[in-house]
Design a protein around this ligand. Structure first.
Ligand SMILES: *Cc1c(COP(=O)(O)O)cnc(C)c1O
Length: 404
């Protein structure tokens, strides 16, 4: 069983801070991290939390406090990580299609860097030769992940250097002295099947013989967590066992030790998050009943963007008779959170809670329709902390210049 916030706790938070509000449960984050540690016991493994899932500075500080490292997808995330107190050697920066200047900036800060194009590898090698280790992001040509938008390792993906171009990577290394310390893959998000990771390991082991300076295989993130009731996530204990077997075998066979890195985002924070909304309007419209909440795709876009399923609870009426509702937002677009969802009878003013709201939810929010972003709250040691205040009108104008 996993830690959960109770309906009463969430009701209390909704009353105290208003809605819409995101709530993050610190101990639930630690629980996930500890599951990784115990599953990979005996493996020389390091975990880097993929910050892009959720970057509130309090969350980053908490991640640091439990001993986890951090993976960044922009130099700004690197700077946020520094601000949270991470040391450069605990920060990984995995870039995608960015200008060389940004990679150079990350190098000057002193973080681990994964580079994902031949063009940037050449620039890096020419400038720094063997003096600064890098990782190369490969495209393993493996199709995996919850949907095409979050599948990143397949043979038509923009991410990474295609496996077919290994020779070009080696040429760059020979010509410039480039120090390739890490080979990296990130095949996608929501990968349930442990075999997909095993295939990635196989691909990396295969090519590792060409890289004499290699110290690390970075298998990226993408562990699946359950979203639907009864659904199963990636079998993390099985993955740990598999990785241990494969890496032990490799070490024996080649007399060579490699460390393994992972970059879980969703796995660490998804289930720690709750999004509380209030029902503004109930509309009986022909054969549908709409429950319109005080939020929309501007706050919580995963259902509309990915067709993602999020469990919804009516915490104002937990045990009422169920009927089918379309849960919709208040934005001037069709922003449907859930269709024909069976929920205990909903009244105007009820609080609906969306689960799995820790990863890629607040982080993807916007000011569309000139609505305020939600507040964020963190629960730690049973105490409740406001960690982001709700926007005000000035926030909508911030950065604008009345120049005309
Ligand atoms: C997004 C991303 C991750 C995290 O993916 P999750 O599915 O949240 O675990 C890890 N590594 C890289 C390079 C990413 O882009």
């Amino acid at each position: 069983m996993s830690l959960q916030l109770s309906a009463e706790q969430l009701q209390q938070i909704a009353r105290q801070f208003g809605t819409p509000v995101y709530v993050y449960h610190a101990e639930r984050i630690k629980e996930q991290y500890n599951r990784l540690l115990s599953a990979f016991d005996g493996v020389d493994a390091k975990f880097f939390y993929a910050a892009k899932a959720l970057t509130n500075i309090n969350v980053l500080k908490y991640i640091l406090s439990i001993g986890c490292n951090i993976d960044c997808s922009s130099v700004n995330e690197v700077k946020l990580a520094l601000k949270a107190g991470f040391e450069p050697q605990n920060i990984l920066y995995t870039s995608n299609n960015i200008a060389f200047e940004e990679i150079e900036e990350a190098k000057n800060i002193g973080v681990h860097i994964n580079i994902d194009s031949i063009s940037n590898l050449i620039k890096f090698g020419k400038k720094f030769g063997h003096s600064y280790p890098v990782g190369v992001r490969l495209r393993p040509n493996i199709m995996a992940g919850g949907n095409l938008k979050i599948s990143t390792g397949h043979a038509n993906s923009k991410f990474g250097v295609p496996l077919e171009n290994i020779k070009e990577i080696l040429d760059v290394a020979n010509e410039t002295g480039l120090f390739i310390k890490t080979l990296h893959i990130h095949t996608g998000s929501e990968i349930k099947d442990v075999e997909v990771f095993a295939k990635g390991i196989e691909v990396l082991f295969e090519v590792s013989q060409h890289f004499p300076d290699l110290q690390v295989l970075d298998l990226g993130g993408g562990f699946k967590v359950p979203y639907m009731p009864g659904e199963e996530g990636t079998d993390i204990p099985l993955l740990g066992k598999k990785v241990k077997e494969e890496f032990d075998l490799f070490e024996k066979k080649h007399d060579r030790h490699l460390q393994v890195w992972f970059e879980p985002g969703k796995y660490i924070v998804s289930e720690a998050g709750y999004f509380i909304t209030t029902v503004n309007v109930i509309k009986n419209a022909g054969n549908k009943i709409f429950a319109g909440v005080d939020s929309g795709l501007n706050h919580f876009i995963r259902p509309m963007f990915y067709g993602a399923y999020h469990e919804i609870d009516n915490i104002s009426n937990l045990s009422g008779a169920k009927r089918a509702y379309n849960i919709v937002g208040n934005i001037c677009e069709t922003d449907t959170f859930a269709e024909d969802r069976q929920l205990p009878e909903i009244h105007e003013g009820d609080h609906l809670v969306f689960r799995n709201a820790g990863a890629y939810c607040f982080e993807m929010s916007s000011h569309y329709n000139s609505r305020f972003k939600p507040a964020e709250v963190m629960v730690k040691d049973g105490k409740t902390y406001l960690i982001r205040k709700r926007d005000e009108l000035e926030d909508l104008l911030k950065g604008q210049i009345e120049a005309l």
